[in-house]
Design a protein around this ligand. Structure first.
Ligand code: SF4
Length: 445
């Protein structure tokens, strides 16, 4: 039997850790391709969803796969609508961490209703969720509902009834050692502009912060790759021209063996120094782990703090002690400028608590990066949004706009207060201040 044709649609993706696991997953899926399917990739660079849909249908697919991250949900809903008008008989598989029934329903209600009659979600890590769904599509001629209910990670939106059918459970990769390499292979991953490339170090996290999707990827456990795999991937990536390594791990200093493998591999490379970017955890910035981290040349080192307000820390389910965090940052500053992340609008926080968190971070030798809380799929805060009284704008990526103790006007006033910090002379120890990725200090102007 001739292989079926799968067209894999790629929205342009930034060099961003949030989407990187899925970028790797899609690469593994398409090289060489799932059994019984012939894959072709299509970059969605066309201007309108209608022209994107025409380009997709021109590839004559038997199924279409689209990977959707947070900032592309609007575009993907428009593409689904256009594909539904043009060729509703072709199943459209939606993957990525936005493949979550209730999240997508909330966003579609705010932006554009789902009207594609064959829209299927592949929920979870790409390598675990998508092949099983493709096998079900290839085997099953009895319709969308039968396909969706036969795969635990799948869901289908029944447009006639206006509701999801199927389980839609997050499917994690059971054994990371079974994942194919992405660099140490004849068909390697692409090198991003500037010589950047991903090195997958581990999946999963020790923690389960209530705002974060990572808790779905391991339920409190870290799944590191074997040191030999990390060494082989790094050496192969280097040979392909990678010079800035995005180290993919919830925190690169959780697992000593994999951190050692990264450092030793980089030190063994010939030629000029390589830079790294990644997230570290303050509690583990000591001893041999600290020595190893100091041996790397850091382009970006993200250190999560989020808040120092006790009630907000309790609800977000992670506690950083001020003095421990402070001491860790002082150690890290010897070889990097840590980028400390805070969140504006956390449950349990208040406007004055938020200001105290910002003042604390500004007293450190760091770059301070503040994000408005967004309700992400798979997160505890998304699930508990009604009980917590969280008001969110799903037309703007689930941005929280009001919550008990932190009225909408106070959130806006907190943003104005942040911007006002640069009106006088800069007397803080922090070197930079950013809000939602845009610089407040120093200003670009
Ligand atoms: S925010 Fe960081 S520490 Fe918390 S669950 Fe996510 S990856 Fe883990």
């Amino acid at each position: 039997m001739a292989p079926r044709r799968l067209t894999v649609c790629n929205f342009p993706t930034p060099f961003d850790g949030e989407v990187a696991y899925f970028e790797l997953g899609l690469h593994r899926l398409t090289h060489p391709g799932p059994q019984g399917w012939q894959c072709q990739e299509l970059s969605l660079h066309q201007a309108t969803s209608e022209s994107q849909a025409i380009a997709v249908v021109d590839t004559r697919p038997d199924a279409i796969l689209v990977h959707v991250y947070r900032d592309k949900v609007r575009d993907a809903l428009a593409l689904a609508h256009a594909l539904g008008s043009l060729s509703a008989e072709i199943p459209l598989i939606w993957c990525g961490w936005t493949a979550h029934m209730l999240y997508l329903q909330a966003v579609s209600q705010a932006i554009l209703p789902i009207d594609h009659p064959r829209l299927l979600l592949a929920c979870g890590e790409v390598e675990a969720a998508v092949p099983a769904l493709l096998a079900a599509i290839a085997d099953n001629e009895s319709g969308m509902e039968a396909i969706a209910t036969s795969v635990p990670a799948a869901a289908w939106f029944d447009t006639a009834e206006g509701r999801w059918k199927g389980h839609g459970r997050f499917a994690p990769v059971a054994d990371v050692a079974a994942l194919a390499p992405v660099w140490d292979t004849p068909t390697p991953l692409r090198v991003h502009p500037g010589g950047a490339g991903w090195i997958e170090v581990s999946r999963g996290c020790k923690y389960a912060c209530s705002f974060c999707v990572a808790c779905s990827m391991g339920e409190g456990s870290v799944r590191p790759h074997h040191p030999e795999r990390i060494r082989a991937e790094l050496a192969s990536a280097d040979a392909k021209g990678v010079r800035l390594y995005g180290l993919l791990a919830a925190a690169i200093n959780y697992d000593l063996e994999s951190l050692r493998a990264v450092v030793e591999s980089i030190q063994a490379l010939p030629g000029a120094a390589r830079r790294v970017a990644g997230t570290v955890h303050a509690k583990f910035a000591q001893g041999e782990r600290l020595d190893l981290m100091a041996a790397l040349q850091w382009e970006t080192m993200i250190v999560g703090l989020q808040t120092i307000t006790p009630q907000a820390q309790r609800l977000m389910r992670r506690r950083e002690e001020r003095d421990v965090f402070c001491a860790a940052v002082e150690r890290l500053k010897a070889f990097s400028v840590p980028e400390v992340e805070l969140i504006l609008g956390l449950p349990g926080d208040t406007a004055s608590g938020f200001q105290q968190s910002v003042q604390f971070a500004l007293s450190l030798p760091v770059s301070v990066s503040i994000y408005r809380l967004r309700l992400d799929p798979w997160s505890v805060f998304f699930d508990q949004r009604t009980a917590l009284g969280l008001e969110a704008d799903f037309a703007r990526a689930g941005r929280v706009i009001g919550l008990p103790g932190f009225a909408p006007s106070e959130i806006d006033a907190s943003e104005a207060w942040l911007r006002g910090l640069v009106k006088g002379p800069w007397r803080h120890r922090a070197l930079r201040l950013l809000l939602d990725g845009a610089p407040i200090y120093p200003s670009r102007r």
